[in-house]
Design a binder for this molecule. Structure first.
Ligand code: EPZ
Length: 430
């Protein structure tokens, strides 16, 4: 199993190209099931989760053709993938694939919309909470689907003539359930109004792509999304938006190690709340042409309290990294997680590096220390593992991050991007 070895203490200086967003690419790829024409996605990141979804889509009959990665300016890679699903070959998404990645459950929306039926295994994914599917069931039921759970699978069936538009308000904000409702409603008969919809930029990206495919959607990015169903969608070409979580992660790394890095190919407006928290912690973040310049001082990090919330609040996917940053703050900070009930697995690993963190319910109290010291640590989930990497970059000596397959799910060419900026980071394959 691969490990990452980091020798901390170096400042980061240079350019880090930001990849396409994993959490936008996954639903966009799934949207290819909605049409028999070709959907072309540009800027698709090369990540384990994307590769797994390519296999899952192949199983449903999607023909995939990948244009090789081309290195462009600033070390940016560009990967374009063409998806063509002439006919749905199989409406079953089996346990052995879906259990590896929660987002693959989302195929239920387009399968139901296009074929009128889907049999999808209950999902897996990062072990950060119970992560139920009740909101998907309620939402699709509102569109007229019959939903039964049997032997670990959800059997969903649309009424004769297809799904029927409806007004449905989610009792709780869910990114995935909003994606699925949109993908189901675009081919439903009549008008669907989704209340309490997720407002994440990835929801807007999916809506924009489906609009390019001929869908009639308004309001994406607000809490009310209105969809007029159409009878079919066509192909389109769409560029995956930049990864705001990768952006925030590297900004925090620079805030922690010190240095001057331009995050290229990203957009500061995608992460206002996180940008403001990192600025309050003492780093300078400046919007530049097609990117963000981050100037970190590496010390005098100010303590900042944050609470995770659905967009536009502070993202749960940056919580672990921000806690990493706060381990070196000059004072006490509090980090409260409100989205997932078990997203503090990095706490004990950060403690191995010398962090002082105590947990009380959903709030962590972090008492900043002057120095972190490298140690062997264990990656437990995707974002937790990258928090260990950035803490390792700021620690004295060697940090060995075990179980890096978690990192490979969501961070493209991490070692290469950091090494180019002066970090000592290498992958050790046993
Ligand atoms: C998406 O997960 C992201 N995944 C997650 O990123 C992210 O942490 C999360 O949104 C929140 O921003 C992808 O986009 C692929 P939710 P999702 O449904 O859609 C509860 C990462 O590290 N809920 O918005 O699965 C749920 O348990 C990943 O890249 C229900 O109760 O998250 C959670 O408490 C991890 N019932 C809350 O809603 C449901 O039916 C929000 O989850 C569905 C969700």
């Amino acid at each position: 199993m691969d490990r990452i070895r980091i020798v901390g203490g170096n400042q980061l200086n240079g350019i880090i190209p930001i990849s396409g967003a994993k959490n936008a690419a996954l639903p966009l790829m799934i949207a290819s099931l909605l049409t028999s024409d070709t959907l072309t996605l540009e800027n698709v990141p090369h990540l384990a989760d994307v590769e797994l979804l390519l296999r899952i889509l192949g199983n449903h009959g999607v023909d995939v053709s990948v244009n090789g990665r081309r290195e462009t300016q600033n070390g940016m890679y560009s990967r374009t993938i063409h998806f063509t699903c002439r006919t749905i070959a199989d409406t079953t998404a089996p346990y052995d694939l879906v259990s590896k990645m929660r987002a693959s459950f989302w195929v239920i929306g387009p399968l139901l919309a296009r074929e009128g039926k889907a049999r999808v295994s209950l999902p897996g994914g990062c072990a950060i909470g119970t992560r139920p599917v009740d909101l998907f069931i309620e939402g699709l039921t509102a569109l007229g689907a019959t939903m039964d759970i049997d032997a670990g699978y959800i059997n969903a069936t649309a009424p004769k003539g297809g799904l029927i538009g409806a007004h449905y308000t989610f009792p709780k904000v869910s990114v995935g359930a909003t994606h699925v409702m949109m993908m189901a409603a675009v081919l439903a008969r009549g008008t669907t109004v989704i209340g309490n919809a997720a407002r994440e930029p990835e929801v807007v990206d999916l809506a924009n792509c489906m609009i390019a495919m001929g869908a009639k959607i308004t309001g994406a990015g607000t809490s009310t999304i209105t969809i007029e169903g159409v009878t079919s969608l066509s192909g389109a070409r769409h560029r995956v938006l930049p990864d705001r979580i990768e952006t925030g992660t590297y900004a925090m790394a620079v805030a922690m190690t010190g240095g001057d890095v331009t995050l290229a190919g990203t957009d500061i407006t995608l992460l206002d709340t996180a940008v403001s928290a990192i600025r309050r912690a003492g780093a300078e973040l400046i919007a530049v042409d097609n990117g963000i310049r981050v100037i970190g001082h590496g010390n005098d990090i100010r303590p900042v309290d944050i609470v995770t919330e659905p967009f536009p609040g502070f993202p749960t996917d940056l919580q672990a990294q921000f806690m990493g940053l706060m381990t070196r703050a000059d004072g006490v900070a509090h980090v409260t997680e409100t989205i997932f009930e078990n997203r503090f697995m990095h706490v004990q690993e950060l403690a191995r590096l010398g962090a002082r963190i105590t947990l009380s319910g959903q709030t962590a109290r972090i008492e900043g220390v002057k120095r972190l010291r490298g140690a062997p640590v264990m990656a437990t989930d995707l974002r937790a593992s990258v928090s260990l990497v950035i803490a390792g970059l700021a620690a004295e000596g060697e940090t060995l991050v075990n179980r890096v397959y978690h990192l490979d799910r969501g961070f493209e060419r991490l070692e290469e991007k950091l090494t180019r900026c002066g970090a000592v980071v290498e992958r050790i394959s046993d």
